[in-house]
Write a protein that binds this ligand. Structure first.
Ligand SMILES: [Zn+2]
Length: 118
């Protein structure tokens, strides 16, 4: 891994539709999922209505196995919503300054310990 690749892990999140979805959708990041191999992999679970989609995110390689990631070009940041969510939950990147806590998904608030439930 080069220094350049390492910087990519911590690259701030752009203001984009993908970032918005990564922050607001009810995604769940599981480290102990049977499909997650080793410390560098997590499974991001996306439950939409009754459909459950699971994607394996590799945090070392910054890769996801979803179709969006595969077709996304590197010069567009090469980060799908699953990868962004995993990077947030694993504390590689911080919540962008332009996002307020109450705007992000409840599950993400809980994962980050920033819940605003009073
Ligand atoms: Zn993905």
């Amino acid at each position: 891994m080069t220094d350049d690749d390492h910087d990519l892990h911590r690259k701030p999140l752009p203001v984009s539709e993908t970032t918005r979805r990564a922050l607001t959708e009810p995604l769940r990041v599981e480290r102990d999922h049977p499909n997650a191999w080793g410390d560098h992999e997590v499974v991001v679970i996306n439950e939409v209505d009754d459909e459950v989609r699971e994607h394996v995110v590799n945090l070392d390689a910054l890769q996801c196995d979803c179709g969006d990631f595969v077709y996304r070009k590197r010069d567009e940041g090469k980060r799908c919503k699953h990868l962004i969510r995993a990077l947030l939950v694993e504390r590689y990147v911080e919540l962008p300054w332009w996002v307020s806590v109450e705007q992000v998904a409840n599950g993400l608030q809980a994962d980050l310990g920033v819940t605003d439930d009073e």
